[in-house]
Design a protein around this ligand. Structure first.
Ligand code: ASP
Length: 306
């Protein structure tokens, strides 16, 4: 039962609960009329202290498709945060108005703090460079729908693995599935944080690190490309030096398996050449759609209407 629960980090839901969400999302995709009015009268607050296109709009679209309504802000300058209000006070207030809260915040741990002050479920839509659990729901549903299963895969994470919160959440969640091997492809400055590496080693997940994508691309079933997270860098020069470290082109794709799939949480900046978009292995725009279905399933479950 997910009713009334918070989703702050990937470990908050059991594997069985995740599978339940995926089957619900699949039913929604197969029958768009299913659950159409189930959130009538319910209100979702979307509080975005950082930019977003897909996460915020897919949550809002999900709520509208379930028959509910949305309120909130897309940038903190239009909220009392700009006057110095604490996050705790904002959350105490918003939880008087809404039935659930989706929040993105630049501070790691902000979602956990919000969950402690909220009277309604809090969903973490990204807390700094830490976690982004609903992107993981999106990623796993995409893998399941396109490849048929989320087990027995070699997955390559490529790009900014240090600040990329979607990588941290997905690696942590995939460590619970059997037969997963992970290859982490990054420049030495942008390798995975130690706490994720330690978790993977405790779980005895087969892992490998690489610097060159060309050397490992042929081994992968899933390639998870990421953007270099400019907003987390202290120094613009470092960002400029690293931003084009990886650019996936059709030439590199020639070395990849015929059934490998490419995921990207988006936005893409320069790390995937546009020529790759036409390759059937590129599923990142489909992924954005699965994000809406799985968020519909999540909202319906947390609000206790299914
Ligand atoms: N949209 C994802 C996130 O919010 C990925 C990114 O921004 O690069 O983490």
């Amino acid at each position: 039962m997910l009713k009334g629960r918070h989703l702050v980090e990937p470990g908050d839901f059991s594997k069985e609960e995740l599978e339940g969400l995926f089957s619900l999302a699949e039913k929604i995709e197969d029958d768009p009329a299913f659950l159409r009015e189930c959130c009538r009268g319910k209100i979702l607050a979307t509080l975005f202290f950082e930019p977003s296109t897909r996460t915020r709009l897919s949550f809002e679209a999900a709520m509208l498709r379930l028959g509910g309504s949305n309120l909130g802000f897309a940038e903190p300058s239009s909220s009392s945060a700009a006057k110095g209000e604490s996050l705790a006070d904002t959350i105490r207030t918003v939880s008087c108005y809404a039935d659930a809260i989706v929040m993105r915040n630049p501070k790691e741990g902000a979602a956990l703090l919000a969950s402690r002050f909220s009277a309604v479920p809090v969903i973490n839509a990204g807390d700094g460079g830490h976690h982004h659990p609903t992107q993981t729901l999106t990623d796993l549903l995409t893998i399941k729908r396109v490849r048929g299963e989320t087990a027995n895969l070699t997955i390559g994470f490529c790009g900014d693995l240090k600040f990329g919160r979607t990588v941290h959440s997905l690696a942590k969640t995939l460590s619970r599935y059997p037969g997963i091997k992970m290859i982490f492809i990054s420049p030495p400055e942008l390798t995975l944080p130690d706490y994720i590496k330690e978790m993977l080693s405790t779980e005895k997940i087969p892992c490998q690190e690489a610097e060159r994508l060309e050397e490992v691309i042929g081994d992968l079933d899933v390639l998870y490309m990421t953007r270099v997270q400019r907003e987390r860098f202290f120094n613009e020069q470092d960002y400029i030096r690293l931003k084009d470290f990886y650019i996936l082109t059709m030439e590199k794709m020639e070395k990849a398996k015929k059934d490998m799939i490419i995921l990207h949480p988006l936005p893409r900046v320069n790390e995937i050449a546009e020529e790759v978009d036409n390759d059937k292995r590129a599923v990142y725009f489909k992924q954005a759609k699965y994000g809406m279905y799985v968020r519909m399933a999540l909202l319906a479950s947390l609000l206790g209407v299914v």
